[in-house]
Design a binder for this molecule. Structure first.
Ligand SMILES: NC(=O)c1ccc[n+]([C@@H]2O[C@H](COP(=O)([O-])OP(=O)(O)OC[C@H]3O[C@@H](n4cnc5c(N)ncnc54)[C@H](O)[C@@H]3O)[C@@H](O)[C@H]2O)c1
Length: 442
């Protein structure tokens, strides 16, 4: 089977690699020359565990190719995936310019029938817009090729994207056509072997399923962060509460970790976009507005703890920041809590010495050269000459640190942990003051 994929980002590249790996002939197209050239030279633009090897192997085998030539991509295959970004526009709605531009490109170059599969996260009704766009262009061209628009939202998790794509929990397909259903079964057959993971539905429900899933997960996080704030005030320990409620199978342990707020390229924008879509349909989303507001406040919590500890004066202080990505196992810093924290520290006149196992290049790209940011080669180097340690991301390599070393390197002997990685008493045994989220500070 031949496939073309528009957009070589976290979703497009991972999906392309996984499809190529089962034997499909996949051509990826992007407007970013550098990305395409880098990939052809074996440079993988993002960090995802296991991705580099699969990309390189399949590129060498000729099953996975990269181009900036959209015409070539359109003629390459009947199946055309759209996996471009849908960032928020100025009012928080999903900006569909990239999706619609791909639709236009496909329509401009198609010379036979196509199945256009939307993998980007898009508001309900987008498949109709894509359909209209393609029809209009075909009409202008004076040609009449048949095409279908299918919704196939993506559920991979950054940091586990390869595994998620190899073994998806579910494959949602929005289509009203039995013929397309059959084709989609054929496309996903290699990923659907040990049980049927495919769920077929109408296009609008498929589009909404993606938003509902992300909004539910964001709701769990904001709920737990609110509980953490309550626990802290009431003298309770949110980690005990988490274990207590997680053991209820109706609640479960997933996504109930308190922290310094959710970030990344999906939850913040998808919550906002669904709020806008709902309000555009005269339907207020009271819960989602609260979820977003709680998250906004939560991202400031760590800084408030720092300010309170230093009686509002951190001018001239240097903070070691461990973890920059919005979660472990990715280099993605989009909407990461670390960015809010670092900005607040800088605004208050403090300096940052940062370390992240994978996001250093991304951090450099975002912040360029500045006097109040030093990017350090190891987590220990970040501590040297710092006054305090702040943790924003729960990377594995931060789990069991040498507390004695921390105490000897940071002059104020204080840790602000936005991810509750440590046992308060252990940190305390080493003479470190330890602030965390939703627990008592000792
Ligand atoms: N990142 C995730 O974890 C994730 C998970 C599920 C769904 N999604 C959704 O998938 C979509 C893509 O997300 P992403 O994180 O992969 O985005 P991304 O920003 O990493 O990549 C998007 C790519 O599309 C390219 N592009 C833009 N316009 C183009 C065009 N006209 N032709 C070809 N390429 C073009 C960009 O250059 C970029 O390389 C979004 O809608 C997102 O919400 C993302």
């Amino acid at each position: 089977m031949k496939l073309s994929i528009f957009g070589i980002g976290y979703v497009g590249l991972v999906q392309a690699a996984i499809f190529a790996d089962v034997g499909y002939d996949v051509l990826c197209v992007d407007i970013d020359d550098k990305k395409v050239n880098d990939l052809k030279n074996g440079i993988i633009p993002i960090y995802e565990p296991g991705l580099a090897l699969i990309v390189k192997e399949n590129y060498s085998a000729g099953r996975l190719n990269f181009t900036t030539n959209a015409e070539e991509a359109v003629s390459h295959a009947e199946i055309q995936f759209i996996a471009v970004g849908t960032p928020p526009d100025e009012n928080g709605s999903a900006d569909l310019q990239y999706v619609l531009s791909v639709a236009e490109t496909i329509a401009n170059h198609m010379n036979d029938s196509k199945i256009i599969i939307d993998k980007s996260t898009v508001p309900v009704g987008t498949a109709d817009l894509v359909y209209e766009k393609v029809s209009t262009v075909l009409e202008k061209r004076g040609v009449d090729y048949s095409f279908e628009v299918v919704s196939n939202p993506e559920f991979l998790k950054e940091g586990a994207a390869v595994e998620d794509s190899k073994r998806p929990e579910r494959i949602i397909i929005g289509t009203g056509s039995k013929k397309i259903e059959k084709k989609m079964r054929e496309l996903y057959a290699p990923f659907n072997r040990n049980r049927d993971r495919m769920i077929f539905m109408d296009v609008r429900s498929a589009e909404l399923t993606k938003y509902a899933a992300n909004c539910m997960l964001a709701t769990k996080i904001s709920f737990m962060n609110e509980m953490a704030n309550i626990a802290e005030k009431l003298g309770a320990d949110i980690e005990n509460v988490r274990k207590g409620i997680g053991s209820d199978s109706r609640i479960g342990y997933h996504f109930i970790y308190p922290g310094c707020g959710y970030g990344g390229s999906c939850f913040p924008k998808d919550v906002q976009a669904l709020i806008r879509t709902a309000s555009g349909s005269e339907c207020d989303s009271h819960i989602l507005n609260a979820v977003e507001h709680v998250n906004f406040l939560q991202k400031e919590k760590l800084f408030q703890k720092i300010k309170a500890h230093y009686n509002n004066d951190i001018k001239g202080k240097t903070f070691a920041v461990w973890g920059l990505s919005f979660k472990p196992n990715t280099d993605d810093m989009r909407d990461a809590p670390s960015r809010i924290l670092m900005q607040a520290l800088w605004d208050a006149g403090a300096k940052v010495q940062a370390f992240d196992p994978e996001s250093m290049i991304e951090c450099q790209r975002i912040y360029k050269q500045r006097d109040d940011l030093r990017l350090m080669g190891t987590k220990e180097e970040a501590l040297k000459t710092a006054d305090a340690l702040v943790i924003c991301t729960e990377w594995n390599q931060f789990r069991a640190p040498d507390f004695q070393l921390i105490g000897s390197l940071i002059s104020d002997e204080v840790i602000f942990d936005g991810r509750n990685m440590y046992d308060s008493e252990i940190a305390n045994q080493y003479g470190l003051k330890y602030y965390s989220m939703g627990r008592q500070t000792i």
